[in-house]
Design a protein around this ligand. Sequence first.
Ligand code: ADP
Ligand code: TRP
Length: 323
Amino acid sequence: MSKKRLLSGVKPSGRSHIGNYFGAMRQFVALAETHDAFVFVADYHAMNTVHDAEKLRQNIIDVVLDYLAVGLDPKSVVLFKQSDLPEHTELCWIFNTITTMPYLQRAHAYKDAVARGKEINVGTFDYPMLMAADILLYEPDVVPVGADQKQHVEYARDTAEKFNRMYGDTFKLPNTYTPKNVAVVPGVDGQKMSKSYNNTIPLFASNDELRKSAMSVVTDSKGVDEPKDPETCNVFALHKLVGTEALDDIEKRYREGGIGYKESKEVLAERLIALVTPLREKRTELQGKQGLVEEVLAEGAEKARMVALKKMEEVRRVVGVTI
Ligand code: ADP
Ligand code: TRP
């Protein structure tokens, strides 16, 4: 039986953190091993917020290195960059012509931006159509995304249905896949860890930075001997994620009293260091390979093009621009 096709995009938006790692990157690498996987850097999506060329370039290189360092294998995964395939923006345009403004005005991301009183660019408004094009070009069986992106995949599905009704069966309807049991990783301030909240523990941080992050996790002010509730403690939540050893013992000492937050954080710091060190070393090694990122992306683009070109030929024919 042939493998199911998986496709997902990653926005190059700055330093990866352990929330990204446990919430997305790790699952992704595992899924990619059992699927015919297409993973791309959504650089045109990132352009809605990044207008500094040097920064965008750096973010693109960083995200590729990050994914390679956590184990994505470019020999078995088609890893490419959205902007290398003009078919994405071309198909987005065609979808724009069959999509109405009120429909896009109902998107959560757009409504949130409006609610926050932000000035919204056309690219942000049209975000779901570019994403629909990203997805539908490759006819994936599954599109793994976080909960916040589910609606966008539904937009892609709706758009495929509408196109198929207008022009005949052309696109396969995609399904989302949200991995189960993926906890929301808390940041050092207890809110969801996110680059937007400045509360992250960076994934490829130095040992010092990891220690500093661990020590800065907010807790209540209970003393060493007081009983503590592990269920509501941010430090404990992080222990569970990073797989701290002797967790039962720590939990017992929380409940009975006898472990201070300082000690708990020190244990966490050491565990974080153990987790991050091999990933960081791998990343440094990859970073030292001149031209590696360019090479991986060029190879990926070539493979992606074989699929995207074929689909676009069909689309141009059915809409009538091929004469
Ligand atoms: P950020 O909020 O830092 O900008 P992104 O929105 O770029 O992160 O998220 C990239 C991926 O990482 C998404 O799939 C998202 O669901 C996942 N992710 C981000 N933050 C967390 C978190 N705190 N816990 C679990 N998963 C997360
Ligand atoms: N919008 C996604 C995010 O913010 C990134 C993305 C762009 C994507 N195109 C995609 C994800 C296509 C899955 C499929 O994380």
